[in-house]
Write a protein that binds this ligand. Structure first.
Ligand SMILES: [Zn+2]
Length: 316
């Protein structure tokens, strides 16, 4: 069973981030990247169909989700390497009164079992999700990962990281959440990361932030088509670790190690801390503080004036 306890999804999804060629890769990586670029042209021959089921009270939500252009899911099929998207994916909209809703924590907005997706529209998405459509994109990605890999084992960190990449482009929330997780926690191994997904809400938020960053790191180095190649190989029977090593050129453990080496706070994050957005936030906070102090000072002065006036009356 493949299950996503997603403390749910967010923003406008879309295309995957472009490659960022790194200088230390050498000719071998340049050749690999060129090969990956060629592979990214493997678009699905037709768009994915969703079969959305809902009780009468959720008919309006169903209608809204059904109105989404099916081509908006083409990038997910392409990301996971499905050229033939196959039969429709079943999406069940479950009300809060349902057994499905009562069976999972209140902060879980959706999950996937095999190729079946369940969404809870009444639950406001929290990190890593922003909207119901994003939750659906995330869960559909899990269903398609299951389909392309034939249900064979995929580590949770990779499964979730790919679903997050399918859901949206990396945003400010992801960066700040990752930064928070880096400064408040120590390096986490892949096994530990998978166990965090089984923990409470804060453990899962950490797991999503790290898994999303780790998989994006793999994309940055090896291109988004690497993901499709890994999943396709698993679908043909290769163990995940072997498929990953064949495609990425390094083992998952080595990729994890490289990821943590790149997360050096002062070299990697200082440019973001000093970005225009953060500086404007700091300036705004300073302005608010100045206003607050000025008002407090004015109140003290008025209080003193009141005392002085009362003192004058006493003299009369
Ligand atoms: Zn998930």
């Amino acid at each position: 069973m493949q299950r996503c306890n997603n403390p749910v999804v967010q923003k406008r999804a879309g295309t995957i981030r472009p490659h960022r060629i790194q200088s230390e890769g050498g000719m071998y990586r340049v050749v690999l990247l060129a090969w990956f670029f060629v592979q990214t042209d493997a678009r699905p021959s037709q768009s994915l169909e969703l079969r959305i089921e809902a009780p009468p009270e959720l008919a309006a939500v169903r209608k809204r989700l059904e109105s989404i252009d099916p081509q908006r899911f083409d990038d997910i099929a392409q990301l996971v390497g499905l050229t033939d998207v196959g039969p429709a994916i079943r999406v069940v909209l479950a009300p809060e009164s349902s057994d499905l809703a009562r069976g999972v924590s209140a902060w879980i907005a959706g999950f996937t079992v095999g190729e079946s997706v369940v969404l809870f529209p009444a639950r406001s998405p929290t990190y890593p999700n922003n909207s119901l459509e994003d939750v659906m994109r995330h869960e559909v990605a899990h269903a398609l990962i299951w389909r392309v890999s034939g249900g064979r084992p995929i580590p949770r960190w990779f499964n979730e990281g790919v679903a997050m990449a399918a859901e949206r482009n990396r945003g400010f929330d992801d960066r700040t959440q990752l930064f928070y997780q880096l400064v408040t926690g120590s390096p986490t191994s892949l096994d530990q990361l998978d166990r965090l997904f089984e923990g409470g809400q804060s453990d899962q938020v950490r797991a999503y932030a790290l898994a999303g960053a780790l998989v994006r790191d793999v994309f940055d180095l090896h291109g988004p088509a690497g993901c499709a190649q890994i999943l396709t190989r698993v679908g043909r029977g290769a163990p995940f670790d072997a498929a990953f090593a064949d495609v990425a050129g390094i083992t998952p453990a080595a990729a994890e190690s490289e990821f943590w080496q790149r997360q050096r706070i002062w070299t990697n994050w200082l440019p973001i801390i000093t970005s225009a957005t953060i500086l404007w936030m700091a300036v705004t906070l300073l302005a608010i503080l100045a206003i607050y102090r000025r008002r407090r000072r004015n109140l003290e002065i008025e209080k003193q004036w009141g005392k002085d006036e009362n003192g004058g009356d006493d003299d009369l």
